[in-house]
Write a protein that binds this ligand. Sequence first.
Ligand code: NAD
Length: 370
Amino acid sequence: MASPSQTSPIRIGLIGCGEIAQVAHIPTINFLSTKFTLTYLCDINPKALAFCASRCSSASPPKTTQDAKELCASENVDAVLVCSSDAYHVVHGVYALKNGKHVFIEKPLALCQFDIQILKKVESTSKGRVFVGYMRRYASAFLDAVKELGGTEGVQYVKVRDIICPNSIFINQSGTFPQKFDGISEEEKQAFSEREDQVTHEALVVDMGLAITEKRKTMLRLLGGLGSHDLSAMRELLGMPRGVLGARLSPTMWTVLFDYPNFAVTYESGFNNIPLFDASIEIFTEDKVVTVKYDTPYVKGLPTTIVVREKAGDGTAYQERVLRTSYEDPYTKQMGEWWECIVNGKEPKTTIDDAALELDLFKMILRAAD
Ligand SMILES: NC(=O)c1ccc[n+]([C@@H]2O[C@H](COP(=O)([O-])OP(=O)(O)OC[C@H]3O[C@@H](n4cnc5c(N)ncnc54)[C@H](O)[C@@H]3O)[C@@H](O)[C@H]2O)c1
């Protein structure tokens, strides 16, 4: 592997040329051209591959392949960005690490402990490190909230909300004009469904001791998809809960009550058709309420903010503060952090061990809903 240096952009091999690659990762890397350049793309779908290659503004057109192993082994790749389907994250992460490459893996890192253990083992003997793409945790407003709160002392109650409309509503207005393509072979479809079944079995039956049902399968996918954004932010702010007091799970709307030693957290999430991205974390303490407000990440430049409502003056006065430290979007912030990890050896906060805690939360939630 060529040694990346601060003066030459890190050469990225990207696996998974789907929606998030087209809407976020490729445009972000194009903008960050002094830090990164796309040199290799992989997808099992040749049409998606060709389309994404045309979207890269690298100095030379990126090479393309349908074989993730080939990309990971390439001399033209310093680091690998995995944004393929959930079930393949660990498979692709392993290829990258075995070739001594740093690897960014989109959330959810994994859905079962078996995969987490494999990845940890391979990482322990690799020159590469895993960076998990929990981008909301790199948003300025989130970091401001962590600072503003300064720990969980004095927390009385927390509300985590993520109620959104179908992503397509935002994506169609994002100005990135992504495309979806048919064109995956029957053999690939079969391999994909077998891999999904294997992961589902490991997650529900082996890890959680639950029978596989359609509803649990869907909820596992939703918690790994939308849920992992909220739950990982909750963990960073508050640590792990000791359990779940109750949960009502429906694939359109779900509610969970987490039990922390001195307070409870309501986590409410789901989908409706109102074109609104209603995502926030609201932390109540005796003297102030801190709210992190997220807008859709698909429209670049929409700010995340924190709002602090608090007592002021002699204690009978009230004030509200709105803080918007930066217009820089979370994907850009996140890529800047990954660059620091690759070039300057900074330890990421979103590691394999960190992401493994997510699986404990999924287990608590799914078991409580029985
Ligand atoms: N951080 C975020 O904000 C965010 C947002 C959306 C999606 N995601 C995550 O990113 C990942 C991709 O999501 P998406 O919406 O782009 O999905 P998508 O289905 O649109 O794209 C996935 C792509 O991966 C390709 N792929 C699947 N298996 C492959 C394999 N074995 N080898 C090579 N290519 C393969 C598919 O052909 C497809 O083009 C998911 O894990 C999702 O959870 C993260």
